[in-house]
Design a protein around this ligand. Structure first.
Ligand code: MF3
Ligand code: CO
Length: 289
């Protein structure tokens, strides 16, 4: 599609191309000619889409705040699921995981050696010393948001506390590494450095992802990598950063009993925090946390 300067912009803003994404496209074209991997138009969000994802993120944040206020020892992960489900529905939204590719619940609850995609159950009771990731994702008016937080139940081991702390730092450093016209690899580079410096490892088989119009969009966001490598980060991109950090090896396997729950191969602990972020003209905006 070759637009003239006075045509309406492809992004749907209603502005003339020259007043909207013309300079943006020129910049990307130069980068593409230089051999860099550049984002397709499909993954650049419009103003309207961004506003929709922002609102979805507000509900998703409130879901996690509600869990934070209620999570405690002795509670089943099923109760957490009920809390998330009922609140989300009350906000006129839908839990994005529910029936997603057959996933049966409204939230993921991953405890200790579970890396991600733990399925809430009446039989899984939170006990003193557990570390748990609560991964919430919301659809509001068709727009998706995704975030997760860790919770420590009672008093955890020093190792568990350090893992939760370092994985949090990994997320924050990863977010800080995002710059418009930077690279996807800038994120993985800082996450990997910090995790490994602390004697931990970074899960390779799962990563962040584009999000917003669908649950999982391009690009895949690796949490290992090298600065300056991978896709160019352009304003309008929305994706998650969600490093999964293990206290032992990064190797994982999927539970054959439910085909969902991801566990560490060596039984070591795993911790994860996740934000949904937007790349802006001059930095980033956190859309869900
Ligand atoms: N929030 C999780 C993620 O994006 C959801 C995975 S899909 C599920 O990684 F069905 F497992 F929940
Ligand atoms: Co995600």
């Amino acid at each position: 599609m070759n637009l003239s300067r006075n045509d309406l912009c492809w992004c749907g803003s209603g502005l003339k191309y020259k007043k909207c994404h013309l300079e943006f496209d020129k910049k990307l074209n130069i980068l593409a000619e230089q051999g860099f991997e550049v984002p397709s138009r499909k993954i650049i969000k419009t103003k309207e889409q961004i506003e929709g994802i922002r609102k979805s993120g507000e509900v998703n944040n409130a879901v996690l705040d509600l869990v934070a206020a209620n999570i405690k020892e002795g509670m089943s992960t099923e109760e957490i699921d009920r809390l998330v489900h009922n609140f989300t529905i009350s906000q006129g939204a839908i839990p994005a995981t529910l029936n997603f590719e057959g996933y049966p619940k409204s939230v993921c609850t991953s405890i200790n050696n579970e890396v991600c995609h733990g399925i809430p159950s009446e039989n899984r009771i939170l006990k003193n010393g557990d570390i748990i990731n609560i991964d919430a994702s919301t659809i509001l008016n068709g727009y998706y948001s995704d975030a997760s937080r860790m919770f420590i139940i009672g008093e955890a081991s020093e190792e568990a506390k350090k893992l939760v702390e370092v994985s949090r730092e990994c997320l924050l450093k990863g977010v800080e590494a995002v710059k418009p016209w930077g690279f996807l690899g800038d994120i993985g580079a800082v996450v990997q450095e910090l995790a490994e410096k602390n004697g931990f490892s970074v899960v390779r088989d799962f990563g962040g992802h584009g999000v917003g119009v669908e649950f999982h969009e391009d690009p895949f966001v690796p949490h290992v990598g090298k600065k300056g490598e991978g896709m160019v980060l352009a304003p309008g991109m929305v994706f998650t950063i969600e490093p999964m950090i293990n206290s032992g090896s990064y190797k994982i396997f999927i539970d054959k009993d439910n085909d969902w729950t991801v566990l560490t191969t060596d039984g070591s602990l795993s911790s994860q925090w996740e934000h949904t972020i937007l790349v802006t003209e001059d930095g980033i905006e956190i859309l869900s946390k």
